[in-house]
Write a protein that binds this ligand. Structure first.
Ligand SMILES: [Zn+2]
Ligand SMILES: [Zn+2]
Length: 393
């Protein structure tokens, strides 16, 4: 939408930054029209079933195209997809009106690389809720300038080149064309256009924007506290699984955001489901031990901080817990190193002695044994953490 070449600097007054008119008009006009027209039409006409079905279907298709396509496929290369899947994701991603894949993915890669940086993160949450939600798009901030040096892999893709070149035309055609066509065919032209066209677009915009704003403000940080990203299962429900954002910022190349089976991540289920049909492949997963290490490191950090704040009157107990914690950390690190060593040997054996089943079975058993050790260690750390509230009381 813009090509600002100014060098990054901290503006003293955001109002001196020029307005990005195409983005501002699109975002404000659709929001304002939606606030007025959606309830007005409901009062005078009521919405038909076809209008609701159009809204739900297109909202799902647009949202998933952004999360599975723009985000996990193109921005992070967390998996590969065949041409049909890529085409469908591109069509409905274009319909979501969040700019071309080139613009979206380059900005998102900068967001990950420079997360929370005032000058380099295009939608830094450290600049406030409004800025990270929508403000960053409505003015030509230097931190949000289009710059494609970090997407050389995507620039070679002909389908993406075409989308970038004709983006405005494609986005306008599909946003007006499809709802009008469905409305015409279902005999409820304005109901479908207002609900399935206008309100669907506004809904998709703001649920996606929540990932940049609320998912950096509201929730827990179980994996890292080196940035503002949070895990939030409530937000994950509205964002097709994207708001396990603390995990995602630490392990951005994992095709999953919600890594547990019970975590709501329909984007993950879709990508995984398509892999069984041969339509997606090379799904990247972070090894479980690395995830466990991050979680335990974070638990140790929290426990140590809490112990540092505990009452002096309980000094003896605090010292004993500190020692136990230090011991658990040493045991944990040693077990993890051993796991990595055995895993490396197992990979070598799989390559060079793949017919030696006894040897391979032995490695498998060793790894399972260490993994059990790591699990029981997690329980011991949990027990230490349970004692902390008493010490702080
Ligand atoms: Zn983020
Ligand atoms: Zn990401």
């Amino acid at each position: 939408m813009r090509n600002n070449t100014e060098s990054p600097s901290i503006p003293s007054n955001p109002e001196t930054i020029p307005i990005n008119w195409p983005a501002a008009i699109t975002l404000w006009a659709t929001l304002a029209a939606s606030i007025v027209l959606v309830p007005a039409y409901a009062i005078w006409n009521d919405y038909s079933t076809s209008a609701w079905i159009t809204f739900i279907s297109l909202a799902l298709l647009n949202g998933i195209a952004i999360t599975a396509g723009y985000h996990r496929l193109w921005a992070h290369r967390a998996y590969q997809a065949n041409v049909v899947v890529r085409f469908v994701l591109l069509v409905f991603g274009t319909m979501a009106v969040q700019n071309s894949v080139f613009v979206w993915a380059s900005g998102h890669r900068r967001h990950h690389r420079h997360v929370d940086s005032h000058d380099e993160d295009p939608y830094a949450a450290t600049r406030g809720f409004w800025f990270s939600h929508m403000g960053w798009m409505v003015r030509c901030y230097p931190s949000g300038k289009d710059e494609f040096s970090n997407i050389p892999d995507l620039l070679l893709d002909r389908m993406l080149q075409f989308q970038h070149q004709y983006y405005a035309l494609l986005a306008l055609s599909i946003n007006f064309g499809l709802p009008f066509l469905i409305g015409f065919l279902t005999n409820d032209l304005w109901g479908v256009v207002i609900l399935g066209g206008l309100f669907r677009l506004v809904w998709c915009h703001h649920t996606t924007f929540f990932i940049n704003s609320l998912a950096h403000i509201w929730g827990k940080r179980p994996y890292t506290d080196t940035n503002t990203a949070r895990d939030n299962p409530i937000l994950a429900f509205f964002t097709y699984g994207e708001c396990y954002h603390n995990y995602h910022h630490l392990f951005q190349y994992d095709y999953r955001n919600g890594i547990r089976w019970y975590q709501f991540d329909p984007t993950k289920w879709l990508i995984c489901g398509l892999s069984f049909l041969g339509l997606t492949h090379d799904l990247k997963r972070i090894p479980e031990f690395k995830i466990e290490k991050a979680r335990l490191d974070m638990q140790f950090k929290v426990a140590q901080n809490k112990l540092a704040c505990s009452k002096l009157s309980k000094l003896e107990t605090v010292t004993a817990l500190k020692n136990r914690l230090a011991h658990e950390y040493d045991v944990f690190t040693a077990a993890l190193q051993q796991w990595a060593k055995v895993k490396e040997e197992q990979i070598k054996a799989t390559k060079h002695a793949f017919h030696n089943y006894d040897l391979l079975k032995n490695y498998k058993n060793q790894l399972a044994h260490i993994e059990r050790q790591l699990k029981s260690q997690r329980k011991r750390v949990d027990q230490i953490l349970e004692q902390l509230p008493d010490l702080l009381a």
